[in-house]
Design a protein around this ligand. Structure first.
Ligand code: ADP
Ligand code: TRP
Length: 321
């Protein structure tokens, strides 16, 4: 089974990225042949600062390796180190109906917010389909918001196979139920673009301030709270604390007597400790960038060899060769 996923280097990674995509992807490296990449081509649709892209790409590499991506088990690389994916995106684009792309959330959400749409953003799902199909991927672990893109990939692959003969493997999205949508500090979906994130790696004081600043209602500490399971701090605690600890906080909140300040303090401690080991590893990696770059170079060589093979298959099938 081949597993593939990617993440854009468009900002600092947060708990939504971690629990929605990185953690499930890292767990899957034990289950098959995993290919994970830094989607730097995709980041060009919304980030126009070259130095920032360079810095973010390195940060994503450090974050992923620190969180447990094991280069002995996974092929880890930069998307743009395999330029074949752009050629495949062209082949696929000629079989992609405009009406399908017009339905894509990636473009509709930004358009609704008044963000000017470039062609790359509109064609984003086609490049993503090429990413997935060029590695004969079976399973694509992503957060809920990417499900539509994987479904489009399936449709495009089926259309290609029907038009030019069996060429592509049809992939399946894999979405982890309970963490499909990690809430942000304001209760909405945690997202870089909403400014409501808790970063995986950040400065302690700043992160503590963010957690302590989570808005709660005006009920007194003594009041029982029958809706304790809907409390945002409880939802986040369930991700970062052991199950019994989170349950204990929830029960105390429900019964009355636990103040929101103490709840948020508890949340911060567990959140900070959850990533203690990864933080240490990240500092070690940051001091050894030659190693990190060699991992990416090695990943690129392996990924590219496979991509060239699959692209050739698609070129032959479609009469380019
Ligand atoms: P952002 O919304 O911050 O820009 P991305 O769109 O770059 O994040 O998402 C990268 C990966 O992380 C995707 O697989 C996405 O589904 C997942 N992800 C992002 N935010 C969340 C969230 N709040 N809950 C669950 N998964 C998320
Ligand atoms: N669109 C994905 C995101 O924003 C990133 C991505 C690009 C991706 N290509 C992919 C994810 C292929 C999975 C498979 O999160």
């Amino acid at each position: 089974m081949r597993i593939l996923s990617g993440i854009q280097p468009s900002g600092t990674l947060h708990l939504g990225n971690y629990f929605g995509m990185m953690q499930p992807a890292i767990a899957l490296q034990e289950k098959g042949e995993a290919f994970y990449f830094i989607a730097d081509y995709h980041s060009m649709t919304s980030l126009f600062d070259a130095n920032e892209r360079r810095k973010n790409s390195l940060d994503v590499a450090l974050d992923f390796l620190a969180c447990g991506l094991d280069p002995k088990k996974s092929v880890f690389f930069r998307q743009s180190d395999v330029p074949e994916v752009c050629e495949l995106a062209w082949l696929l684009s000629t079989l992609t109906p405009m009406s399908m792309l017009e339905k894509a959330h990636s473009f509709k959400d930004k358009s609704a917010k008044g963000i000017p749409i470039n062609h790359g953003l509109f064609a984003y799902p086609v490049l993503m389909a090429a990413d997935i199909l060029i590695y004969d991927s079976n399973v694509v672990p992503v957060g809920q918001d990417q499900k539509q893109h994987v479904e489009m990939t399936r449709d495009i692959a089926v259309k290609f196979n029907e038009t030019y003969g069996e060429t592509f493997v049809i992939p399946e999205p894999q979405i982890k139920g309970e963490t499909a949508k990690v809430p942000g500090l304001d209760g909405e979906k945690m997202s870089k673009s909403y400014g409501n994130t808790l970063e995986i790696f950040g400065e302690e004081k700043l992160l503590r301030k963010k957690v302590m600043g989570i808005k709660m209602d005006s009920r007194t500490p003594e009041e029982p709270k029958p809706d304790a399971e809907k409390n945002l701090a409880i939802e986040l605690l369930k991700l970062v604390a052991p199950a019994e600890t989170a349950k204990d906080f929830e029960n105390r909140l429900r019964a009355g007597g636990l103040g929101y300040g103490d709840l948020k303090k508890g949340l911060f401690e567990h959140y900070w400790n959850h990533f203690a080991e990864a933080r240490k590893k990240r500092a070690e990696l940051a001091a050894n960038l030659d190693y990190v770059n060699s991992v990416l170079a090695d990943g690129a060589t392996k990924a590219r060899a496979l991509a060239q093979k699959v692209l050739k298959r698609a070129r032959k099938a479609s009469g380019l060769e």
